[in-house]
Write a protein of this length. Sequence first.
Lengths: 104, 149
Amino acid sequence: MSVRIESSNEGMTAFLMGEIDHHTARQIREAIDTAVEKSKPKNLYLDFSEVSFMDSSGIGLIMGRFKLMQHYSGKLTVTGASERITKIISLAGLKRLGIFNNAQ
Amino acid sequence: MKSVNGMKVTFPSRSSNESFARSVVASFVAQLDPAVDELVDIRTAVSEAVTNCIVHAYPDNIGEVTIVARIYPTGRVVIKVRDKGIGIENIEQAMEPLFTTGGEERYGLGFSVMDSFTDKLKVTSKKGKGTVVTLEKYITMRQRQAKQS
């Protein structure tokens, strides 16, 4: 599985790992959605620090979780996106959503 | 101009082959000693093209996807991703950012990504016959320049 999910008082963090494409995005999405629907956290963090590759399927992954958290009146935050991943995110115009929190 | 090297690979349109497809092209292009960014550009563009075949060309069945890659003397790489699927009715519309018929969290960005990450993108398609996506990328000839000097 290319995602590890941890919960704390602050909310839920999904640590994404490896390569995100149309094939792996499906498994990641299902794992995150199951966990979110179960515990309905106020905050969901998608951590991209360990992602080595992402194509436009990652955009769907982010947008879908953004909508899911909106549905539960929660908040989505994207962290640890590399320069490379940020490039694809910018192409999609997702920066406007104000969900990005980059340490670097 | 004649190509100096080439390769061809055919595989079924299963999503588990997306990773294989971008890796095999990257391995082939590696002989030009591309910069890391150039290689990731190619991997990303190929991933998008192959995903299109899987999601759009063969929506209800598994079909053949063929990739032909050629290297030209000046460091130009031409990659053709071909399917024998349903074809694209309106190529102009399909290439518009955010246009999609894909459903399931597809955002219609495949061609936008291919366009930004390559030097040239061409799409030809015939309804009911299939689609050919041609990606061109110039690899900076770092090593060869260094060797010559």
